[in-house]
Design a binder for this molecule. Sequence first.
Ligand code: ZN
Ligand code: ZN
Ligand code: FE
Length: 737
Amino acid sequence: MAKVSANIKIKGIVQGVGFRPFIHRLVSQSGLFGNVKNTAFGASLVLEGEKEEILTAIEKIRENAPALAYIESVEVTFSEKLFGFSDFKIAESEIGERKTLVSPDVATCPDCLRELYDKNNRRYRYPFINCTNCGPRFTIIRDIPYDRKNTTMEKFPMCTDCGEEYGDIENRRYHAEPTCCETCGPEVFFLGKDGKRAEGDAFSLAREMIKRGGIVAVKGLGGFHIACDAQNPDAARLLRERKHRDEKPFAIMCRDASEARKFAEVSEDEEKHLISHRRPIVLLKKRRREDFSHISENGYVGIMLPYTPVHHMLLEEGLSAVVMTSGNISDLPIIYKDEEMYEKLCDVCDGFLTNNRDIYMRCDDSLIWVKDGKEYFARRSRGYVPYPVTVEGISGKILACGAEQKASFAMSRDHHVFPSQHIGDLKNLETLENYEEQISRFERLMDIKPTSLVCDMHPDYLSTEYAEKRAKKEGIPLIKVQHHHAHMASCMADNGYFGKCIGIIWDGTGYGLDGKVWGAEFLTGDYKDFERRGTILPIRLPGGDRAAKEISRIGKALLCGVGKCEDESIKKLLELNINCPEVTSMGRLFDGVSAILGICEKASYEGQGAILLESLASEDEEKVYPYTVSEKDGMYVFDWRDMISEIAEEKDISSAAAAFMNTLVSMSGEIAGRISRDTGIRTVALSGGTFQNMYMLTRLEKKLSDMGFNVLTHHRVSCNDEGLSLGQLLIGAEKKI
Ligand code: ZN
Ligand code: ZN
Ligand code: FE
C-alpha cells in the first residue's frame, strides 16, 4: 500500500500533562514516522505511513490519553505529499496564536510519593518532587506555551541529571517542565518569629512548633496557609484571636482519608473527591454537631488531604491533622509573595515554612460538597481553574465581570468559558487590585481580548464601575444584567440547558429592576429575557445595613409584622419608617428566623445565622407551618406571617428550624406548580447562595422531581455569587452584543 502523510491537530488540555511523551511512546511502537509538537492550540502531530496504521494510532491516542489530558477534538488531514521522515521526534514548540488550554495544578501523584520516601531514590525527601503527571501548573505559569522559561521555575536551570530525565523519552519526567532536584531546584527553609532563617531541618522545626501549640505559615501552591495543630483547641483559639476570626470555621488538612474519618463521616463518593488529583476541601458531616467545635461550630468540617510534597513531609512524626486556613488578614486576598508574608503575618505566626519557588497566580483552595457523586461548589478555585466550562453553541470573546462580595469573572473564547479563581470581596482595595490584575493575566494566558463586556445592574458594585470604565476606554459594548437573572442563567449554562425555565433564585441580596433589594425570587425566562413571577412578602430591615450583622433586628422586625415584638425602640423605628428598607431576601428571612429561635443574634461572618440554623435542624421533622400564597396579576407572593407567628411560640429549636425550611420547600413547590400551570414550563433551576443549604437543596430538589419537574442544580460552578459571571456571560452571548 502507498504511504501517506497525515496532519493531525489535537485540541484540549494536552500541554503539561505528559501528552507528547505518551504520543512518542505510542507512535514509536507503531513503526510510524514523523513528529509531534506543542502549538498554540494544543498539539500538532505529523505522521507518515500507511493510512490504516495512522487511523489505528489516532484511535489509540483517543482511548489511552494520560489521565490529566483532556482531548476536545482531533482534526486529521491526509495528503499524498511525503516528507521522508526516518524516525519519530518531539519537535520545538511553535509559538503563534494562543489557543491552548492551561492545566490546573495537580496533587503529588503516587509514583512521586513512592520516590519521595524511597531512600535509594535521588529525590528522597526532596520537597519539590513532581513529574509529567503532577505538580504545579496554573499557579506558576506566566505565559504560554507551557515551557519552563514561561514559568516561575525559570530561575532554576536544570542540572545534568534532571536534564537527562527531561530529555529521555522512557522517563516519566520526559518534558516535565517543573522537573528539579536538590541540586538544581528550589529549597524549603524555616524562618523563626524574628524572620531569620533557622538552623536545622525546616520540617522538624515547623512540626515541633505546631505540636507545641504554635502557629506556622506554610507556603502552598497558590498562596500561604496558616497552620496549627487541629487536635489542640488552645492553638485554634490562639489562631482565632490573632487572626481576629472569632467563629468562622477553619478548614483542616488530614494526613490521609482514614485520619479524616476521625473528624467526620466519609462516604465512598466523598473519599473519591478527597483523594482526587484536584484535592479540594470537602465539606464533610461531623458525627455529632458539637464535635471539634474549635474548628467548626456547625455540622460540617472542611477537610483536604496533602497535595504537595511539602504538605506530606509536614504531616509526619505524629502530626496527623492541622488547621490550614488561608494566609490572609480578615477578608483580604490570600498572601502569595514572600515579601508580603513576613510583613503581614508576623503578628499572627510564630514561624514560617517557606521556599524560593515563586507563585505567579494567586489561587485559594476549592471548597465543595459532594452531591450525587459530583462536586457541588462553594468555591471553585485551585485544582479546577483555569479549566474551562464548555457550553456548546456560544461564540465570541466576552468578559463577564461578576458580582462584588464573592467576586469572580468569566471570559469566553467561543464555546469555552473560563471562570476565574476565587477573588474575594471587591470592597477591599487590595482585592479590587487583585481582580483587575487577574483579569489581565487571564487575558494573556487564554489569549482573549474581550470585544464586549457584561456586568451586574447594581450601580455601586465595583465590578460595575470596572466594566463601565473599561467599556468607555476601549469603546466596546457593555450590557448590564439583573442579578437573579444571571443566577438563573448560570444554573442553566452549568447544565447546558437552552430552553425556558422557572428559576427559584434565593440569596442574600441583589439589585432588583425596581431598585430595591431582591433575593427570594421566582423567575421565568431564558438567556434573553426574564419575568418576575413570585417573591416573598417584603421584610423590613430596621437600621438598614446594620441589620445585616445585627440580625436580631431582623427577627424583631418579623415579629413586629405579626404583633409579637417587644422591643419598643425597634417598633418605633418601624412605625416612623426611619431607615427601614424593604427587601425580599431569603438570606434575611433565614437571619430573622435564626434570631427569633435564639440560634444567632449577631452574625460574625456572612450567612452564619442560616448555616447554624441548618446544622441544628432535626433531620426527621416533617412539620410544615401554615402559610398563604397570594396572587395578583400572575405574581405570587409568599406571606410568612402565619409561619412567624408560630415560630415565635416554639420551644424546640431543632424541630422549629426543620419545620421552617419544610415550609419553604412546600411553598416553593406550590408556587412553582402554579407558575408552571400558567406558562407550561416544566424545568426548574435552583440557584443563589441560599442553595448552599443542603437540607433545603436536597428536599426542594426531591419535591420538584416528585412533581414531575426537570430540576437543574449546579455542578460546574458555584450556586452563590461566585458562579454568577457564567450566567452573565451567557446572557451577553445571547444578546449578541
Ligand atoms: Zn508525579
Ligand atoms: Zn536537578
Ligand atoms: Fe446573589
